[in-house]
Design a protein around this ligand. Sequence first.
Ligand code: HEC
Length: 140
Amino acid sequence: MNVRNRVALFAAFGIVAIVGSQLLAEPKVEKPTPKAEAFKPVLTVEQTMEGQGSLIKRIKGGILDEEWDDASKAALVLAELSNTNQYHNDAKDYKDWAKALSKDSLELAKALHKRDGEDAKRLMQKAAQNCKSCHEVYKK
Ligand code: HEC
């Protein structure tokens, strides 16, 4: 085989190798860009508030009857319910009160879990202040 043919053969192998490797390579899959899904509460504001009202009653009763675990669980649910409440209104003050109530409820749940009645009462008042502030502006 002369030099030209060798070079041609070499080049041909090279091309086969490159094309082959591309055929064997994993197909390039476009990764879907994750879309941030807007959170949509399944409850209306009225249902949310009726829920918050009944949870507050359960917490108060729990403190009086020293049913700490039940009161603590109710406070946790209130924390999440209030967390969802922020999506019922775009106004910053509304969201801030809803988030503050959520945060206070989490602290309240901890105090109840520790059976710390005094701290629970203090946190209960702190939490209730958010109810009052938001209602003054937004409750018709
Ligand atoms: C961030 C705002 C906000 C916070 C915080 C808030 N509420 Fe409300 N609440 C509202 C609004 C708005 C309404 C009026 C709803 C309507 O009828 O349109 C309302 C109404 C209510 C009602 C009347 C429900 C009905 O049937 O109309 C109750 C009961 C209630 N809230 C309980 C609570 C309790 C208890 C807390 C605190 C633990 C609380 N809310 C905290 C916004 C809030």
